[in-house]
Design a protein around this ligand. Structure first.
Ligand code: ISL
Ligand code: CA
Length: 538
């Protein structure tokens, strides 16, 4: 009988299919490309892959604008290709989870095309329409991508609601027909044999009444009317029942679910298995796009502690919405990438590796706006130009901290086009691929392999407790997982650590499991830039 908590020792790998591997030379990554790389993934040791959306989509927002929930977009292949991927992945023991995007659809989805037709169309209430004029929207709420959360429709003289782009109208979850459609679709994919879902923007499906007044325009303030709003429980309960029926693996992207609330979302009776915190990267980026290690560390510690008694974290450094961690939290060096890997891979939770992170892919050196691909980034750039910023300054501003950095094609090898495609890549390949590629920087990959192995083999790492030390140190990240002691210097300044001041029992023997240098444990440690160690008490 399979262990319900198998994911405690598992590691996930996130694939952004468009940029993973192109199999047919059209310059766009595809399902057959993923199939080609299954041996690579198996060798890395990951237990499951999460695919960013591959459904039929106009691709206004990287596939997060779905026009048909039951079809694979042609650019990625066919449903048959997908079935082959499932079979072959399962053959080598890799599970497959898909993105579940049900807060909104594309404005090209047949439901919305119908809905737009008239006020009495049977699909009108699939979306959120309200009386408006071209000058006055139903309220002053704003969207995540900037501007009003409403778009006025001249033909029917009403406006529809969208928390993201106007090309992504929000579904009306209050409508039981909508829920029935979504639940049917979820079952359909689970019946097909997928192993679970990453729940996109799930905390936004419930909204406050339209007359709700936004109390603060700072921080998360503007999003309060649609972030984890009371009433979401009934929908999450429905979803949980379906997931449980199939034993589906579920990871929630649920911004607005605070660390102290996340345990009830992810404990044994919670809606989902695990949750991504979105705080470590939305908080604080410095003006040059780099992040602050201390802010990162504090967020991680709080989430670890708040979910310690019950609940489960999904751990990650990178995803398709964030720049590359080697440049945000590291200093671009291989050493920094290694230290970062050790800092999070052994925490309590299920770690995810984002494609290319395992061999140190970096941010892209943007020089021209023609290199931009994401529509909302292009729009932002145009808006800055109209505000009289120079082209250079506008480009700098929109690319600092931009998700575009994560979406450049994977750098497999020294071959032409980095081995990603034999054709013209849909997005420019990072010119550093001759040094940064999966063959050249296997040293970092080997470290990931060892860390994955530790998660698989050691009960203390998969299920043990976590305890932090030197909590107020600005850059040293030190924690115990039962008999394991992990210490990482996440910075270039030397870090002095005196373990006599901690509860770490220094009279025990420590075996050096891995490290950036060969160094025995001492009660006083001096860690050089990016130095890391893992010790095990014997
Ligand atoms: O923006 C947020 C918080 O500041 C998040 O709440 C938001 O839910 C998150 O950015 C959503 O991201 C996901 O959904 C988007 C898509 O563009 C992203 O790529 C995806 O990860 C819309 O579907
Ligand atoms: Ca292709």
């Amino acid at each position: 009988k399979k262990n319900k908590n198998w994911f405690h020792s598992a590691v996930g790998y996130q694939i952004y299919p468009k940029s993973f591997k192109d199999s047919n030379g059209d310059g766009i990554g595809d399902i057959q490309g993923i199939i080609e790389k299954l041996t690579y993934l198996k060798k890395l040791g990951v237990d499951f892959i999460w695919l960013n959306p591959i459904y039929k989509s106009p691709q206004f927002d990287g596939g997060y604008d779905i026009a048909d929930y039951y079809a694979i977009d042609e650019m990625f292949g066919s449903l048959d290709d997908f079935k082959i991927l499932l079979t072959k992945a399962h053959e080598v023991g890799i599970k497959v989870i898909m993105d579940l995007v049900v807060n909104h659809t594309s404005d090209q989805h047949p439901w919305f095309l119908e809905s737009k037709k008239s006020k009495d169309n049977p699909y009108r209430d699939y979306y959120l329409w309200q009386e408006a004029t071209d000058k006055k929207m139903p309220n002053d709420w704003i969207s995540f991508f900037g501007g009003s959360a409403w778009t006025y429709d001249e033909a029917t003289r009403q406006a529809y609601f969208h928390v993201f782009a106007k090309e992504q109208p929000d579904l009306n979850w209050k409508n039981p027909k909508v829920r029935a459609e979504i639940y049917r679709m979820i079952r359909w994919w689970l019946e097909l044999g997928i192993d679970g879902f990453r729940l996109d923007a799930i905390s936004h499906i419930q909204k406050e009444p339209w007359d709700f007044k936004i109390k603060s325009w700072k921080g998360d303030g503007p999003w309060q009317p649609f972030m984890n709003v009371a009433g979401i429980e009934q929908y999450m309960d429905d979803l949980k029942k379906i997931f449980d029926e199939y034993g589906a693996l579920t990871v929630g992207e649920a911004s607005g679910v605070r660390s102290h609330q996340a345990s009830s979302w992810t404990n044994d009776s919670g809606y989902i298995n695990m949750i991504f915190e979105l705080e470590h990267n939305t908080r604080k980026p410095n003006s040059d796009g780099t992040g602050s290690i201390y802010a990162y560390k504090k967020v991680i510690m709080r989430w670890q502690e708040d979910l310690q008694a019950e609940g489960w974290n999904a751990l990650y450094l990178e995803n398709h919405d964030q720049p590359r961690s080697i440049d945000t939290f590291g200093d671009g060096s291989l050493e920094s990438a290694k230290a970062l890997a050790v800092s999070y891979m052994l925490l309590r939770g299920t770690p995810f590796i984002y494609q290319g992170q395992e061999f140190g892919m970096t941010n892209f050196p943007f020089t021209d706006s023609s290199q931009l691909r994401a529509e909302e980034v292009k729009n932002h750039y145009q808006a800055l130009l109209t505000e009289n910023l120079s082209a250079d300054d506008a480009l700098k501003k929109v690319t600092a901290g931009s998700r575009e950095h994560a979406r450049t094609p994977l750098q497999w090898s020294l071959d032409e086009n980095a081995g990603f495609t034999t054709g013209q890549s849909w997005m420019e390949i990072n010119p550093n691929f001759k040094t940064v590629n999966s063959e050249n920087l296997s040293e970092l990959t080997e470290l990931y392999q060892r860390l994955i192995q530790l998660r698989h083999d050691e009960k203390a790492i998969s299920d043990g407790s976590v305890r932090f030390h030197f909590a107020r140190h600005l850059q040293a990240f030190v924690y115990e997982r039962d008999e394991f002691l992990i210490m990482v210097n996440l910075g270039t300044k030397k870090a002095h650590l005196n373990f006599d001041t901690t509860s770490v029992s220094t009279d025990r023997n420590y075996q050096h499991i891995l490290g950036s240098a060969d160094r025995q444990f001492q009660t006083k440690m001096l860690l050089e830039a990016w130095e890391y160690h893992v010790y095990q008490k014997i």
